[in-house]
Design a binder for this molecule. Structure first.
Ligand code: FMN
Length: 318
């Protein structure tokens, strides 16, 4: 395998060397991480879900000053400022816009008219089919191992990727539980054309995550990633004292209102940006138990691609 570049339908659509997308992450994927991943040959993605409209415009300019390679913007559709963010990415002609947490129907045509490719994140094959009907260019199939907001159906990556592959003709990007060459090769074996990685990049040098948050990822062990808030909007996070408060309330049968009251407004910011690992929420996937060092995003991409080539070579010889 040529490890200098790999061609798949997704590398062609994005104009990138390696089929690795860095997942858009609220409070975590700003211009430094996005540019570092794009400079390494993958597709860096700004997480606009935590940005005000002026901040997104500023982060786009900063990213452009740090890389001349393509990068994307993630827009969670049900969050604040969606209309403004859509307008910004259209004006700025962002090559790839990743929409999530909402219907793919609403903005795909507008984005296409502005020349943006649209990828939508899905937790089921049924939604993947709807995305294809809505005209998106690719789907990102995200299994329940993934950090952050998750599907209600709790389908694992192992089951989801082949189901989505069989359900649609458009390219499929696999997400959830992928962090190295072995898991990337597994995703390709399941039918993916690329992978999206979040948690491992959250623990990279260039991520905006607070150092205490990165350290919490490094320190985490098996079973320290919890899928909570199943009634409100399932979210995978690290087992912190606050996460255990949520769990206790849920185990005691708390309803939506009680959970909303417990959460307040800024728990993700408190954990991710301010590093309050006691009272904040630290979104992260099951792979936290496998991440044991903080590296540059460039080293992460290079390491994954080297291992991917070795694993694919071994499978070829079976
Ligand atoms: C800290 C964190 C924040 C995230 N924020 C978002 C977000 O704003 N929008 C989104 O579509 N996905 C979000 N995700 C999901 C990632 O983009 C990615 O799909 C996921 O992390 C992949 O699974 P992994 O964590 O196993 O690598 C987030 C994930 C993490 C870990």
């Amino acid at each position: 395998m040529n490890t200098k570049s790999i061609t798949t339908p997704i590398t062609k659509l994005c104009g990138i060397r390696y089929p690795i997308l860095q997942g858009g992450m609220i409070w975590v994927s700003g211009s430094r991480l996005t540019a570092a991943v794009s400079n390494a040959g993958g597709l860096g993605v700004l997480g606009s879900g935590s940005m005000r409209p002026d901040a997104l415009r500023e982060e786009i300019q900063k990213t452009r000053s740090l890389t001349s390679n393509p990068f994307g913007v993630n827009i969670p559709i049900s969050f604040k400022y969606t209309e403004e963010h859509i307008k910004t990415v259209c004006e700025q002609r962002i090559p790839v816009v990743i929409t999530s947490a909402g219907s793919p129907k609403k903005y795909t045509e507008t984005l296409h008219n502005a020349g943006c490719k649209v990828f939508h994140v899905v937790p089921t094959a049924m939604l993947a089919r709807k995305c294809e009907d809505a005209g998106v260019n690719a789907v990102i199939a995200e299994g329940t191992e993934a950090g952050g907001h998750n599907g209600y159906e709790e389908i694992t990556t192992m089951v989801l990727i082949p189901s989505v592959r069989d359900a649609v003709k458009i390219p499929v990007i696999a997400a959830g539980g992928i962090m190295d060459g072995r898991t990337m090769a597994a995703a390709f074996a399941l039918g993916a054309d690329a992978v999206q990685i979040g948690t491992r990049f959250a623990a990279s040098e260039e991520s905006d995550a607070h150092p205490s948050y990165k350290q919490a990822i490094i320190d985490a062990k098996e079973g320290d990633s919890l899928l909570l808030l199943k009634k409100l909007g399932p979210t995978r996070m690290i087992r912190t004292p606050f996460a255990l408060k949520i769990k206790d309330k849920e185990d005691a049968g708390a309803g939506k209102e009680e959970l909303v009251a417990l959460l307040g407004e800024h728990k993700a910011r408190e954990g991710a940006s301010l590093g309050n690992i006691q009272e904040g929420i630290l979104e992260a996937g099951q792979v936290i138990s496998r991440i044991n060092k903080i590296q540059s995003a460039g080293d992460i991409v290079a390491e994954i691609m080297n291992e991917f080539a070795i694993v694919c070579g071994k499978m070829h010889n079976i």
